[in-house]
Design a protein around this ligand. Structure first.
Ligand code: GTP
Ligand code: MG
Length: 225
């Protein structure tokens, strides 16, 4: 083989590699969507069983979303990672996102305990902003999980970020998001203070409801947390 042939071969290898990466990139949104669908079905099944055993559904609603390509690239840049498919998959944990909104905070921990025991869900990371709210008052339980997809190539575990919060926490987070988005983060300090107070009011509302629930249902029937 002369030198020219070798170079051609090299060029083809590069093209081949680029093509493989492009195919992988094209496939990703579908894989993340499938992971969300799988996880949502698992949660729905838990919800149904819970209803049969306890007589009520702990979950108000479930929302899912796939992160926009622009946001993925911005996040990679912000975190100082090269814009590669590998980094996307390994460094960004919230490409697939699920938000589960509960009536009561205690039920969030019951679901977490259940998720911990399952072999078809891998818990990668837990951030408990309910136990330890953010300085602005934000509360939620963030759990990064991986769920398996069975593909032709074998089993592939896909990451999903689950945000679990109560109706009151969700109400506050939605408002805060709208306000900060609209005012481009140039919010006067007294507004920030009042927003944090509003978060405390939401927390007090959750605690009040928990107290009422304990009185109505009896302390023994509901989780203490
Ligand atoms: P990100 O780069 O944003 O993912 O930061 P992180 O990896 O430290 O994630 P963290 O778990 O703190 O927050 C991730 C997500 O939680 C955000 O994308 C929001 O959806 C939500 N979140 C976190 N903090 C706040 C907040 O103060 N207000 C609202 N409305 N949402 C928040
Ligand atoms: Mg995150």
């Amino acid at each position: 083989m002369n030198q020219l042939d070798l170079r051609e071969l090299y060029q083809w290898e590069i093209k081949d590699d680029a093509l493989r990466k492009l195919e992988e990139w094209k496939k990703l949104p579908t894989l993340y969507q499938l992971a969300l669908d799988e996880l949502k079905n698992k949660i729905k099944l838990i919800q149904t069983e819970w209803k049969i055993h306890n007589g009520y559904s702990p979950i108000e609603h479930i929302k899912t979303r796939i992160k926009e390509p622009r946001s993925i690239l911005e996040k990679l840049e912000r975190k100082g990672f090269a814009l590669t498919v590998d980094n996307m998959v390994n460094q960004i944990h919230d490409i697939a996102g699920m938000r589960i909104v509960f009536s009561f905070a205690q039920d969030i921990y019951s679901l977490l305990d259940h998720l911990r025991q399952r072999e078809d869900i891998n818990i990668i990371e837990i951030k408990d902003y309910i136990e330890q709210p953010k300085p602005n008052g934000y509360q939620s339980l963030h759990v990064i999980v991986a769920v398996p997809l069975t593909l032709f190539e074998g089993q592939r575990w896909m990451k999903v970020e689950i945000q679990m919060r109560t109706l009151a926490m969700d109400f506050w987070a939605s408002m805060e998001h709208i306000l900060f988005y609209k005012y481009d983060k140039q919010v006067p300090s007294h507004v920030i203070r009042e927003l944090t107070e509003a978060a405390k009011a939401a927390d007090a509302l959750d605690k009040k409801m928990h107290g009422l629930r304990r009185e109505i249902m009896g302390a023994s029937e509901i989780p203490a947390r």
